[in-house]
Design a protein around this ligand. Structure first.
Ligand SMILES: Nc1ncnc2c1ncn2[C@@H]1O[C@H](COP(=O)(O)OP(=O)(O)OP(=O)(O)O)[C@@H](O)[C@H]1O
Ligand SMILES: [Mg+2]
Length: 316
């Protein structure tokens, strides 16, 4: 069956979320804004990225075709490149005998078998540039993320060195930036130091890698968890949803910088009469296509490979 018949565009040019339906043979344990999570056994999860997109913490009714595959492909790329203890077990689903052929086709390129972890309730944000909520705190006289910054910086300036600016992992509502003292209280000093040094090390390596491809990694967010006492990098890694990537040739400090992510759809939403509460306005087909193109471009620039060739095979 051609894949287009599995998930056909509707009359607006958009498609149903993938996977279109729950995978029936596995217990479904959680839905995030973007992911569906199933339990394989007490130690392992099936971690599936759908094509859903959220903006201002509201999940839009329209999906972005292939977005989940871009997110999964980039996470796999970086798990491989970074070689740091992480939750990936395999992308090979052949061992999951309860999945039907249709399940396998729907999940191809967007599912990973991962180690189930006890999630640390802090988002590990690293920033190399002053932007977003950190810039707003700085401009307005300072806040948790600006504690260690010098004076006189402009929006989008490169920071003297990358900073670790953790945030709460809010189950509802918006994440809130934490001070160093608040984070040390939550984590304890040893875990704080561990997460800080691991996060900054990964950011530095990934931003050097991106820079060689003409892309600035302005900031990014990691999640970590414990599995059998081991501290693992979990969730998605260095994707356009968890990171702010800028085309290097469009970086001009003092200005807003276009990014390879949902900024495009956010800008469209900003021009609609909408109070940022659900439901979001209906996103027209051309904005859906423009957003898809940016996700695919991010994949291609960062991995250096053609998205049409993805998935490249199973990883184990
Ligand atoms: N190995 C793992 N074990 C257990 N939970 C995990 C693991 N990896 C990721 N998670 C959790 O799975 C969820 C992923 O779902 P999703 O990305 O859709 O969440 P979300 O609603 O987008 O939240 P956020 O905006 O914080 O990413 C997150 O809550 C994440 O903490
Ligand atoms: Mg998430």
């Amino acid at each position: 069956m051609p894949s287009s018949t599995l998930n056909p565009p509707d009359s607006n040019g958009t498609r149903a979320p993938l996977p279109c339906r729950r995978v029936p043979a596995l217990p479904h344990i959680a839905s995030g804004k973007v992911r569906e999570i199933y339990e394989i056994d007490p130690e392992k999860l099936l971690f599936v990225a759908t094509d859903r997109i959220s903006a201002y913490d509201v999940v839009l009714d329209q999906t972005i075709p292939d977005k989940g595959r871009v997110l999964t492909g980039l996470s796999l790329h970086f798990f491989d490149l970074l070689d740091t203890p992480n939750h990936l077990v395999t992308t090979d689903l052949t061992g999951l005998s309860s999945l039907s052929e249709e399940d396998r086709r729907e999940l191809s390129g967007r599912a990973m078998v991962v180690r189930k972890a006890e999630v640390i309730p802090v988002e590990c944000v690293v920033r190399g540039y002053l932007y977003g909520s950190s810039w707003r705190e700085y401009r307005d006289g300072g806040g948790p993320t600006t504690e260690h910054l010098p004076e006189g910086l402009r929006m989008a300036d490169k920071l003297p060195e990358p900073i670790f600016t953790p945030a709460t992992k809010a189950t509802t509502g918006h994440d809130e930036n934490l001070t160093e003292a608040q984070t040390r209280d939550i984590l304890g000093d040893d875990l704080y130091e561990d997460l800080r040094s691991r996060s900054i090390d990964i950011y530095v390596r990934a931003s050097d890698y991106a820079a060689e491809r003409g892309v600035i990694l302005a900031d990014t967010k990691f999640e970590f968890g414990f599995s059998n006492g081991e501290l693992l990098l979990i969730d998605e890694v260095l994707t356009p949803d968890s990171s702010r990537y800028w085309p290097a040739d469009e970086w001009a400090p003092g200005n807003e910088i276009p990014s390879f992510d949902k900024q495009y759809v956010r800008e469209w939403l900003d021009h609609q009469p909408w109070d940022k509460t659900p439901p979001a306005p209906h996103v027209p087909g051309e904005i859906v296509e423009g957003t898809r193109a940016r996700y695919v471009e991010a994949f291609e620039r960062i991995t250096g490979t053609d998205f049409d060739d993805y998935p490249f095979g199973t990883v184990s």
